[in-house]
Ligand binder design. Structure first.
Ligand code: HPA
Length: 280
């Protein structure tokens, strides 16, 4: 008999914790081109995903595929440098598995980052946007299947999917750093093809400000476990059809690298306040 997801998550969490004395209460997931934050943690240990029992391996370009546990400004954090996506062939439950492992490690606050296309015309390339809400158009939910009450309830509430107090903190810290404080609604599609201009017009009509291929499965699994979520998108490109040019993944990675300094500064500023809020 194969072990259930809870047992696998518990086993992976115990393996990770056996590698470090740190007991982080804050987890981060760094998206495409945004991995540099993990490079300057103090006292880091790095565990390639391939070594963690049951962990999915990231195949996407721009994703390192390792878990880094260390301290940022004295605060212990568990940082996923790279994630997996539906378009790599993983199910939503597999995509969400690492978030569940973080939860079983004792994480109480999860910071998700991603590269996204800007739909809202007030955004420009390189804008950082705090997610207010999401629209899951991936056609999958990580909680599909029998519910395991050890993770959470069958029908988890999504009214406050993105923690109002964390959003407030992120907006305040953005302002303090002279980063335009922006909030938006993230539409998640399965990918991997980028959207058509008609799809972008549709997404704008249904209330999306941003579009991407990640984040929602992790958010849903985290909320199922009662973990508070903050998500920040980097607008690496304006979405299809807004500008008269084709989308290019290299450009997505390049813009991520260009705003990295701002992005890292924002994460560093936000973390101590999240730690304060969550008693970490
Ligand atoms: N669409 C979907 N995902 C993305 C985009 C986009 O335009 N840019 C970065 N990730």
């Amino acid at each position: 008999m194969t072990p259930d997801i809870f047992t696998c998550a518990e086993f992976a969490a115990a393996f990770i914790l056996s590698q470090t004395n740190l007991r982080p209460r804050i987890g981060l997931v760094l998206g495409s081109g945004l991995g540099a934050f993990a490079d300057d943690l103090t006292d880091p240990i790095r565990i390639p995903y391939a070594q963690i029992p049951s962990f999915p391996r990231s195949t996407a370009i721009g994703h390192a595929g390792q878990l880094v546990i260390g301290k940022s400004a004295g605060i212990p954090v568990a940082v996923m440098q790279g994630r997996v996506h539906l378009y790599e062939g993983y199910s939503a439950a597999e995509v969400a598995f690492p978030s569940r492992v973080l939860g079983r490690m004792g994480i109480r606050a999860l910071v998700l980052t991603n590269a996204a296309g800007g739909i809202n015309l007030e955004y420009g390339q390189g804008a950082l946007v705090v997610l207010r809400d999401h629209i899951n158009l991936q056609g999958q939910n990580p909680l599909t299947g029998p519910n395991d009450d050890r993770f959470g309830h069958r029908f988890p509430d999504m009214t406050y999917a993105y923690s109002p107090r964390f959003r407030q903190i992120a907006l305040e810290e953005a302002q303090r750093l002279s980063i335009a404080p922006r909030e938006g609604v993230y539409a998640a599609l399965a990918g991997p093809s980028y959207e058509t201009p008609a799809e972008i017009r549709y997404l704008r009509a249904i209330g999306a400000d941003l579009v991407g291929m990640s984040t929602v499965s992790e958010t849903i699994a985290a909320r199922h476990m009662g973990i508070e979520v903050l998500a920040i998108s980097c607008v690496t490109n304006m979405a299809a059809g807004i500008l008269d040019k084709a989308l290019d993944h290299e450009e997505v990675l390049e813009v991520g690298r260009r705003v990295m300094g701002q992005f890292v500064a924002l994460l560093r500023a936000v973390l101590p306040r999240l730690a304060n809020e969550t008693g970490a």
